[in-house]
Design a protein around this ligand. Sequence first.
Ligand code: ATP
Ligand code: MG
Length: 745
Amino acid sequence: MDDILHGLNKAQREVVTSEASVLQVLAPPGSGKTKTLTSRVAYLIAFKHLKPWNIVTCTFTKKAANEMKERIRSFIGEELSKQIKLGTFHSIAGQYLRKYGQHIGLAKDFGVADTSDSKAIIKRIIKKHDLTSEAPKASGRISANKCKGIESAQFAQTAKNVDQQEFAVIFSEYEAELKASNLLDYDDLLLRCCFLMRTHPQCVSNVEAVLIDEFQDTNTVQYDLMSLFAQQRNMITIVGDPDQSIYGFRHAEIKNLKLMKDQWRDTLTINLEENYRSSGAILHAAQTVIEQDESRPPKKLQATHNYGLRPVLRKLPSAAAEAAWLVAEIKRMCALSGGVLQHSDFAILLRSAALSRVIEAALGRDGMPYRMVGGLKFFERVEVKLVVDYLRVINQPNHGEAVERIINLPPRRIGDATVKSLREEASKRDMSFWDLICGIAQGKTRSTTKLNAPAEKGLASFVNVILSGRRKLEVAEDEQISLVGLINLVAKKIDLQTYLKNKYENEYEAKWSNVEELMAQAADASDPERLKALMEEDTLPAVDDLDQRSTGNEDALSIFLANIALTATAETKTEEGTEPVPQVTISTIHSAKGLEWPVVFLPACYEGSIPHSRSDDNDEERRLLYVGMTRAQAMLYLSCPIKDTQKQETTMSSFLTQPGVQLYFEEHGPSMSLATAKGLATTLRREQPNLSGFNEGKQGLDRDEDNYWPLNGEEAPEERAKWDYGKAANPVAAFGASRPASWVP
Ligand code: ATP
Ligand code: MG
């Protein structure tokens, strides 16, 4: 028992050992909700003798599930801990359906339909009935209904107008087709599992306890799933924080908290009020942001750590300069801390994935190892790879692998067998793949490969795209097309927007943003003046081969592609048996939920980015910023470029310019001083076991210690000055007349 309760405060112990059958723990970030929930699982097994296989524990990400498993393992050992049903809602539902699905008519070997499978089915239905609906919209609507727990038959019954009736047809036929093909889509996994447990409650009769982390982001179906798991014993523990509800756009229902209290009237609520993650200053700044939401009930939150340094708010001339500053700052901190701070202590959290491009480029230039959480690195994203492959082939048509990758992308009805046969033919005739298909398309080569009419047409259209790109490069230097022009040409010729729209529906906008980001990078690469200007800024590291970029566009294209290849391969390989190389984390704020790092950067804090232009829920955007800020333990940097990657002037995020926001506004110079880095390093070096989120041997912030600089002990005068500025009601106003006009809120 001591082990499990060790290091927990009174309220946390109460949660762990509570006899209440239904328990809600509502508490702010960093108050130990996840830690406490995990300890409760271990406690129920070790002291209440619940069988691990009778405990269902749901989290939102695989990473969180793994971390929880690891912690439970440390208390109760490998054997017991691996029997707990612990995972994401989808994975647990999938397990139940594989085991008991036959009772509701599911075959054991059901497949899971991904989004593109679903969309293809919907398209067929629309075509069959000659309907006016658009497939992407219908698909989103089906999912929205399913997430709300509305089934197709139910929808059909209430459908009134023509639009609803038309949609009802699509919905019900879609469902019928999935069933006929023995497929479940993602929503089905949850819905079918609910149905299973409703109709066959005996399959969950063994469940003794249900525990849910991040409850504020559950949707209706997930709520039902939870209730159904708990239907026999009604033993539920949920932990969550309404201030961190950031999945409204995916139909999360914050009212589930109240619903739960209505459903189980004896629900006991315990609040945790102490924050163990962040320094006082970080917490204070985050509070001043979240409190802008006036509809939110006031909450108590107490820091257990020293006040520390006020988070920095920094403006930079451009997105590229912002990325370069951030990389330089990480380097400086690592060096100043005498190696105590490692790359893995830093996270760069982004509102949207497309923002990672400039940052990855800056990290890549510097050779700084990084990893992406919950997403692909920029140059690994399909749409980016696709365009880059076209550029590669235009630059170098004999790049056989790239030709093969894109010959049928977007689909041109050239099948794999045809490609294989063409490849063999080219090899037999000792010519390159490109020369062969180019010859065929232009009627100069008689091929032994049989091509049907559509494939022949597809081949001709592919060759045409490449040749038109090449022609634009082969003209006199002053008439050459720009790199951006070339990307635009490719995008137009292959009708990239339509392709992405049809294939990725809901994700289309994000995918297209990535293509636009690639264009922005191309614009930078072909604008030597701009790059030279950037280089003169003190924060920007040298950019190699700058002058070469202006020598003709064929060269510019080669250099551009070579740089991409460098960025893309700057992977950190780990030899077997060696320690993994510490890596900077890049993540979206959404995927960073529940996690923590000693130093966090939140770049691109401007209107349109956060709050995001495509979001219509300003409060949810603010909560997202709050989630981002509260991931930081010791140091937090917010920044905003004056111009975004598309070179548009920005306006700083209104969340940061409201009166009362407690940040230290910094205009020039390096942010981290030697003394600060040393203070941070000392803090991190302390002994403090059970602090997740730190690397082995590294420790978290201690409370009541005298050497967390600069609050206690000696303070450098210039740092003191920062403090005083920081204490002003408004960080911008603190600069008085000298504040930059562009930053006046
Ligand atoms: P979030 O809302 O962001 O998910 P949380 O409430 O789940 O936060 P945890 O991740 O469980 O918070 O805990 C935050 C940090 O505080 C972790 O590093 C955890 O180990 C530490 N912590 C929690 N409780 C205590 C405690 N009583 N003493 C020391 N450290 C603690
Ligand atoms: Mg948590």
